[in-house]
Design a protein around this ligand. Structure first.
Ligand code: ADP
Length: 488
């Protein structure tokens, strides 16, 4: 089975969110299951600057963008600690700048994003042909690669190397659709006849993601609950109709996490390692975290959040009840980047309540590990959450998740009320309605249980013992690959 895995970001080369974690990990697990897999991503300038070795190949390619020919070069490397090859497509004009999709430090998209990802999507097909690979599957991810299935089934349909190729697209977050001005159709080189409401048009605009959904043989998303939710108007972001139509081809596969990176027993970023059998190290991590953020070294629970500061993450609920939380006897540490209004809100509180609130407004891997290890609870009250990774890291670190029951959070976090703790399944706290009173009540409920050290320790250990590894997800993807190739 030959699979080409396409992603606009891949850990450790370039990352803005969970997609990069997935793309940097799952191909390794798939390779171990016997899948011949090759990864492709753009050659951003950050890839050039970081320390991971890549070499220039002698492959060159051309992509027609509108009436211009653009030239590309190809670099090659391997996913670290693996034999998985990764090819980087280079074009200085498109990727030789800081930032992946938007101007660094802002939420302003690059004006030429459609061109940049048309180039990548067609470029990949050109390079596959030059490599003489005859893939069984092109596995696309999100809008940045949404046009790949469209090209595969139209312009590239007659090519020998794609004769038996199927396309899968995985939706990591339906809110990001790659919507562009309709005249960008001219840049794609695709027939204008495809620009209709059943295919590439989304309310007068060109939608890369819709193209990917319509033209792929299978669609997956990153949890079973999210796969159901996105077929409803509430979560469908306008694409619920299209997704409902493809319901029989739509699968939910929960993400996993990389336990070589996220494991308190071996984590290099934390002051003391620990595991289920010896939790002392976690106390040391907690103290170190309090010292670092200048919080008093008290036994009160620390609630951590590591998040993009975006509405999706349920921050309005937190903001709404923050004053009450200040009275509740907890410490709150936030690591995040994003919307200015949230940055200012939390900064103001950190200034007013320096003994209770600490914020770090940057993207910082080390701090993320320190918070996962040192906090007692992890807050994720998302409005929607396709999968979510931080609740899975938290489970392994014995940091009990408090989540809203949606998407991947619903599939991974079982509230203590649902089952006796002794069954080993209950692993956190959750609430259903998107409502700040419920958020507050759930945090208070967690704080109450925190006082009972025996029960709390059992709860921590329940989460720490669970297996959310990539191997599990990879087996499900491999089964799907087999299914569509066999259906041929
Ligand atoms: P999303 O992809 O929607 O942002 P996920 O929970 O799926 O949310 O993945 C977020 C990833 O990004 C996690 O690996 C998380 O630890 C990381 N992350 C988010 N914000 C920061 C930050 N400020 N510093 C370090 N890591 C962060």
């Amino acid at each position: 089975m030959k699979v080409i895995y396409l992603s606009s970001e891949v850990v450790p080369f370039a990352k803005t969110g969970g997609l990069a974690d997935i793309a940097g990990t799952i191909p390794k697990s798939l390779q171990k299951l016997g899948v011949e897999i090759i990864v492709f991503m753009p050659f951003y300038c950050i890839v050039k600057e970081n320390a991971y070795p890549v070499t220039k190949t002698d492959i060159q390619f051309e992509v027609r963008i509108g009436d211009k020919i653009k030239y590309g070069f190809v670099y090659k490397g391997f996913l670290p600690d693996s034999q998985v090859p990764i090819y980087f497509l280079d074009n200085e004009q498109y990727y030789g700048r800081k930032g992946l999709y938007n101007y660094p430090g802002t939420t302003k998209d690059f004006e030429d994003n459609s061109e940049r990802f048309i180039f990548f999507s067609r470029g990949v097909l050109e390079v596959i042909e030059k490599l003489n690979v005859y893939p069984h599957i092109l596995h696309c991810n999100d809008w940045q690669t949404g046009l790949v299935p469209v090209y595969l089934k139209t312009k590239y349909a007659g090519k020998a190397c794609f004769k038996n190729t199927k396309a899968i697209i995985t939706i990591h977050n339906l809110a990001y659709q790659g919507l562009f001005w309709h005249l960008d159709m001219n840049l794609t080189g695709l027939e204008w006849s495809l620009f209709n409401w059943k295919q590439l048009e989304f309310y007068g605009k060109l939608s890369f993601l819709k193209g990917g959904i319509v033209f792929s043989d299978l669609i997956t998303t990153v949890s079973k609950t999210y796969a159901e939710e996105i077929q409803t108007p509430e979560y469908g972001e306008g694409l619920d109709g299209v997704l409902k139509e493809r319901a029989s081809d739509l699968y939910g596969i929960i993400n996993g996490i990389d336990y070589t990176i996220w494991n308190p027993e071996s984590d290099k970023f934390i002051i003391a390692n620990y595991g289920m059998k010896n939790l002392n190290g976690k106390q040391l991590c907690k103290k170190a975290l309090q010292r670092k953020y200048k919080l008093p070294e008290r036994g009160v629970p620390i609630v951590g959040m590591i998040t993009r500061l975006a509405d999706q993450k349920g921050l309005d609920l937190v903001v709404d009840k923050f004053r009450d939380l200040m009275k509740a006897g907890l410490q709150f540490i936030l690591l995040g980047t994003g919307e200015q209004r949230y940055q200012e809100f939390f900064q103001d509180y950190a200034r007013t309540y320096p003994e209770k609130v600490a914020v770090k407004l940057s993207f910082d891997e080390r701090s993320a590990h320190e918070i996962e290890a040192g906090a007692d609870m992890f807050l994720m009250p998302s409005r929607y959450e396709p999968c979510g990774l931080n609740q899975l890291y938290s489970l392994r670190y014995g940091t009990v998740p408090i989540v809203r029951n949606t998407g991947g959070l619903a599939d991974t976090i079982l509230d203590v009320r649902a089952e006796p703790l002794s069954n080993g399944k209950a692993n956190g706290f959750s609430f259903k309605e998107y409502n700040s009173d419920l958020l507050l009540a759930t945090i208070i409920r967690a704080m109450d249980l925190f006082k009972d050290k025996t029960q709390w320790t059992t709860l921590m250990k329940n989460g720490m013992a669970q297996d959310w590894s990539w191997e599990r997800s990879a087996r499900e993807y491999a089964a799907l690959y087999k299914k569509i190739v066999k259906d041929e």
